[in-house]
Design a protein around this ligand. Structure first.
Ligand SMILES: Nc1ncnc2c1ncn2[C@@H]1O[C@H](COP(=O)(O)OP(=O)(O)OP(=O)(O)O)[C@@H](O)[C@H]1O
Length: 314
């Protein structure tokens, strides 16, 4: 391979259009449309069972859509001239032959794809596994298996990379490494689609978010827009006369919850308004500050209604 160390041979985006998958009576992916663009890390976020893996499997031609399509640059995987150089994927890091060494694992994939054996060494290096090249994959920790899976996905130097829960099992240093790697791959113009069920992982890694719940699209936007559109500001206020304060806020039409320390959590207000109400009514205050709803809370709220396992996610 001559182009293996340079950028990808070609890049294209991923487009899902009305993608639907039914298993028996169950619709697991439901009329899903989204895009993932070159040069961008697209985070594919959804609770357990939301349909992320099924969507990725349809992209890779491992499951057949019941309706709709998911394509790379407008072409289904079966229609690509050179799929091995176009798309690489990590679907299940545990799917390794336990007796094979890391190098032999990569060599087997490289040979099947018609790649030079030197490429196996190159990708081992890229994922920091050179020192473990002759160790059996069966002895690897999940984090090391994730690295090996990422190396396998990179073998053909593809322009499109699909990673299913790549941060699972990685330690903090490994997570930082994977984030930097994805960022560098995107900076080279590649399309990166990576899934997670944790907003905290997305928050620090993704540029754009595609959020799904029970197979349906819940949100698709840049991370910035997502924050702007969905996070609400909550004012936390406490007083030695909490019932007077609660009545005053209620009269002013504000919605609030009661916090654990006797404080009131007011949604849709700012500190100036709450302070003014208290001052007008002569109610003394002990604390008056605001907190932004966490993105994890936003994600749980948005997906709760459409989430089969909503009660378990709490
Ligand atoms: N081959 C199959 N036959 C029947 N049902 C399936 C099949 N594959 C997936 N499902 C069901 O489809 C739903 C979506 O599963 P999928 O693995 O795509 O979700 P996910 O978002 O990747 O979740 P997780 O994070 O738990 O892997 C689940 O209810 C799952 O049980």
């Amino acid at each position: 391979m001559t182009e293996s160390k340079a950028g990808p041979a070609s890049t294209a985006g991923i487009q899902a259009r009305g993608l639907t998958k039914r298993y028996g009576n169950k619709v697991v992916v439901d009329d899903l449309s989204f895009t993932a663009e070159p040069g961008v890390i697209t985070g594919f976020l959804g609770p357990n069972g939301a349909g992320k893996s099924t969507t990725m499997r349809m992209l890779l031609g491992l499951a057949k859509p019941t309706r709709g399509s998911i394509t790379i640059g407008g072409r289904r995987i079966a229609e690509l001239d050179d799929p091995g150089h176009t798309i690489g994927a990590l679907l299940d890091a545990r799917a390794v032959h336990p007796q094979r060494t890391a190098f032999d694992h990569l060599l087997a994939f490289a040979q099947a794809a018609g790649l030079d054996r030197t490429r196996a060494g190159e990708v081992l290096d890229l994922v920091g596994l050179t020192a473990a090249a002759s160790r059996r994959a069966g002895e690897f920790s999940l984090g090391m298996k994730q690295r090996l899976g990422i190396a396998t996905a990179l073998l053909g130097n593809p322009g499109v990379l699909v990673f299913d829960e790549p941060l699972n099992g990685l330690d903090p240093e490994g997570i930082r490494w994977a984030r930097t790697l994805m960022r560098n791959l995107a900076a080279e113009g590649r399309t990166i689609l990576f899934s997670s069920h944790l907003m905290s992982e997305m928050e620090l890694t993704a540029d754009r978010l595609v959020v799904i719940g029970q197979g349906r699209l819940v949100a698709e936007s840049s991370l910035e827009e997502f924050v702007r559109a969905h996070t609400t500001q909550i004012v936390t206020v406490s007083s030695p006369a909490p019932e007077d304060l609660a009545r005053a806020l209620g009269r002013a039409g504000f919605v609030f919850d009661r916090g654990e320390t006797g404080n009131l959590l007011v949604t849709g207000a700012d500190t100036a308004i709450v302070g003014k109400i208290a001052a007008t009514e002569g109610i003394p205050l002990e604390e008056l500050t605001w907190v932004r709803e966490s993105l994890e809370d936003v994600f749980l709220r948005l997906t709760h209604d459409v989430t089969e396992y909503g009660s378990r996610a709490a």
